[in-house]
Design a protein around this ligand. Structure first.
Ligand SMILES: *Cc1c(COP(=O)(O)O)cnc(C)c1O
Length: 496
C-alpha cells in the first residue's frame, strides 16, 4: 500500500517519499510524516534470519513506496559496505545487564552514519525520479557530529555538493580535524566566528532567500537539507531496532514475540522517534526510555506535560545532546494529537512565540510507553568508570547518559525485561571526557596520547576514522564572519 507524506502542520499536503526527501521540510514549516505507519510484512522469525542489508530493505520498502526494489537495494548496497568496520554493521554487545547496540561502526564513528551513509543515495535517486536537472547543494550547520557524517556521506556522490558551517571555536579538536581534512571535490567546510546558533541562523537565512534560490536555479543548483528532520534520515533509523530484535532472537536471548525495552540518549528526538515507529509497525517493544543530559527539557515534558525551552543552556560532556528544541518531537505531538495538524500547528506556534506549550490530558494518555529521566555530568562519569571497572567495556559520554537513566529505571521499577541501549558514539570520539571519567591522571595527556591509552586499556583497536586524521593534510582553512556565509556559498558554487 502506498505511503504518502503529509505535513505535521497541514493535512492537505500529500507528497511521495522521494519528494519529501528532496524537500526536507514542508513549506509551511511542518515536518513530513507518513499518512499511516505500515506494519511489518515479514515475521520476526524471518527477519531474525536476515543480515543488516536485508532487514534494511524489508523495513524501508514499506515507507519509500515510490522507490523500485532495484533502486532501494542499490542505495542500501552503496551505504552499508566496507565504510563500516564490521560486516554486521550494528553489533549487539552484552555488558552490565544490558545489550548495547553499537551504532558507531561507520565512517565517522557516531550513529549519524547509520542514516547519513544512505541519505545521499536516496537523494540522488529521488532527484532522478522527480526529473531534477539541477545539482543538489546540501547546506548544513553543525555542532560537530552531523557535519562530518554528512561530509563523509556526500563526498564524491555525483550530482551533489555539500557545504558545512561550524563554529570555529565551538567543536572538539578531534571533531574539527575530522572536518577540515575531508577529501572530495564536492565538499566545502567553513569555520565561522560565532557559535552554533549563529551558524544555524545563517543557514536558515540562506535557505529562505528566494532571490538566491532563483539565481541558483538559473545556474543549475538547488539547496536541500541533510538535517535530522528529513524523513530520509528517520526511516533508515527504524531498521536497527528491528535488526537488534532479530539478533536477540537468533542468539536465543528472547523468544519470538517477547517484549524488549529500548533506551535512547536523546537530543533532537530523531533516534527515539524511530524506535517509536518500529514499535508501531508491530515490533514487540515495551518501554521507550528517553535519556537526557542536564538539558533535561524532555524529562520535564514527560513529567509535567509542559514543554518549556525557557531555561539556561548547559554545555555538557555529551554535546550532541545539548539541545533545547527537539525538532522531531513535533512528529510525536502530531500523532498524539490524533494526527491533527491544526492542533499541532497551534502548539508549535506557542513554542515559537512563548517558548513553551502544554499538551492536553488526552494527549498525555498516549505517552504511556515513554519513560523519561536524565543524568548529571557527575553521574555520567561515574557510570563510565564503574562499567569499565566491572566489565572492561568503555562507553562514550552519550551512551553513558543512557546507561545511567536505565539504571534509574530499573531501581525504580525492578523491571528486568531484556533491554537494548542505543550506543550512539565510539568512546574514541569523546576521548578526553571518557578518559578523565576513568582516571583524573589522564588530564595531562594530549588528545592523540589519550587515543592510544584508551586503545590499550579497553583492548580495542584505534578506529580508522581516528587513525586517518592523525596525519591527514588540512584541506579546508576557510574562516568567515557570520555575516559572510552567503558570500562563501556563492564563491564556492561560482555563482555570477
Ligand atoms: C545526534 C546524537 C545524539 C542525539 O540523537 P537525536 O536523534 O538527535 O536524539 C546522541 N548521541 C550522539 C553521539 C549523537 O551524535
Amino acid at each position: 500500500m502506498e505511503v504518502l507524506y503529509n505535513s505535521t502542520r497541514d493535512n492537505d499536503i500529500h507528497v511521495r517519499a522521494s519528494e519529501a526527501i528532496l524537500k526536507g521540510l514542508s513549506e509551511d514549516g511542518g515536518l513530513f510524516v507518513p499518512d499511516h505507519i505500515p506494519a511489518l510484512d515479514k515475521s520476526l522469525a524471518e527477519l531474525s534470519a536476515m543480515n543488516y542489508q536485508e532487514v534494511a530493505y524489508e523495513v524501508m520498502k514499506l515507507y519509500l513506496t515510490d522507490f523500485t526494489p532495484e533502486e532501494l537495494k542499490g542505495c542500501i548496497a552503496k551505504a552499508y559496505d566496507e565504510k563500516f568496520d564490521t560486516e554486521v554493521i550494528a553489533p549487539l554487545v552484552c555488558a552490565g545487564g544490558a545489550y548495547y547496540l553499537e551504532l558507531f561502526h561507520g565512517a565517522t564513528i557516531a550513529f549519524k552514519d547509520m542514516a547519513l551513509s544512505l541519505l545521499p543515495h536516496l537523494m540522488t535517486v529521488s532527484a532522478q525520479k522527480n526529473k531534477v536537472k539541477n545539482e543538489i547543494v546540501i547546506l548544513t550547520a553543525t555542532s560537530g557530529d552531523t557535519g562530518k557524517a554528512a561530509l563523509a556521506g556526500f563526498a564524491g556522490v555525483e550530482g551533489t555538493k555539500i557545504i558545512v558551517f561550524y563554529p570555529k571555536d565551538g567543536v572538539s579538536p578531534i571533531q574539527e580535524r575530522q572536518m577540515i581534512t575531508q577529501k572530495g571535490e564536492n565538499t566545502y567546510v567553513v569555520g565561522i566566528h560565532g557559535n552554533f546558533d549563529d551558524a544555524q541562523t545563517g543557514v536558515k537565512k540562506i535557505f529562505a532567500d528566494k532571490g538566491l534560490a532563483e539565481k541558483m536555479d538559473r545556474q543549475g543548483f538547488q539547496f536541500s537539507s541533510a538535517n535530522s528532520i528529513n524523513i530520509g534520515r528517520l526511516v533508515p533509523q527504524i531498521v536497527y531496532y528491528v535488526y537488534a530484535y532479530g539478533r536477540l532472537m537468533a542468539e536465543g536471548k528472547i523468544a519470538e514475540g517477547d517484549k524488549i525495552h529500548v533506551v535512547v540518549p536523546t537530543g533532537n528526538f530523531g533516534n527515539i522517534l524511530a524506535a517509536y515507529y518500529a514499535k508501531n509497525m508491530g515490533l514487540p517493544v515495551g518501554k521507550l526510555i528517553c535519556a537526557s543530559n542536564e538539558n533535561k527539557v524532555l524529562y520535564d515534558f514527560f513529567r509535567t506535560s509542559v514543554y518549556d525551552r525557557n531555561r539556561e543552556f548547559v554545555l555538557t560532556s555529551s554535546p550532541s545532546m545539548d539541545i533545547l528544541i527537539s525538532s522531531n518531537l513535533e512528529r510525536l505531538i502530531y500523532r498524539i494529537a490524533g494526527n491533527d495538524a491544526g492542533k499541532n500547528a497551534e502548539l508549535m506556534k506557542a513554542l515559537a512565540g512563548e517558548g513553551k506549550y502544554r499538551i492536553t490530558e488526552e494527549m498525555r494518555k498516549e505517552l504511556g510507553d515513554f519513560y523519561g529521566n536524565y543524568a548529571s555530568g557527575q553521574e555520567t562519569s561515574e557510570m563510565i568508570r564503574a562499567l569499565y571497572e566491572n566489565t572492561g567495556y568503555v562507553l562514550d559520554t552519550h551512551t553513558a547518559v543512557a546507561a545511567c537513566v536505565y539504571r534509574k529505571y530499573t531501581e525504580e521499577t525492578g523491571d528486568r525485561t531484556p533491554t537494548v541501549i542505543a550506543s550512539t558514539a565510539s568512546p574514541f570520539k569523546f576521548t578526553r571526557s571518557v578518559m578523565n571519567a576513568i582516571d583524573e591522571k589522564y588530564d595531562k595527556m594530549s588528545d592523540f596520547e589519550l587515543v592510544d591509552e584508551l586503545s590499550s586499556i579497553a583492548n580495542v583497536a584505534v578506529p580508522a576514522a581516528i587513525e586517518e586524521i592523525r596525519t591527514a593534510p588540512v584541506l579546508h582553512d576557510h574562516v568567515c564572519g557570520k555575516e559572510e556565509m552567503q558570500k562563501a556559498v556563492e564563491e564556492f558554487l561560482g555563482l555570477k
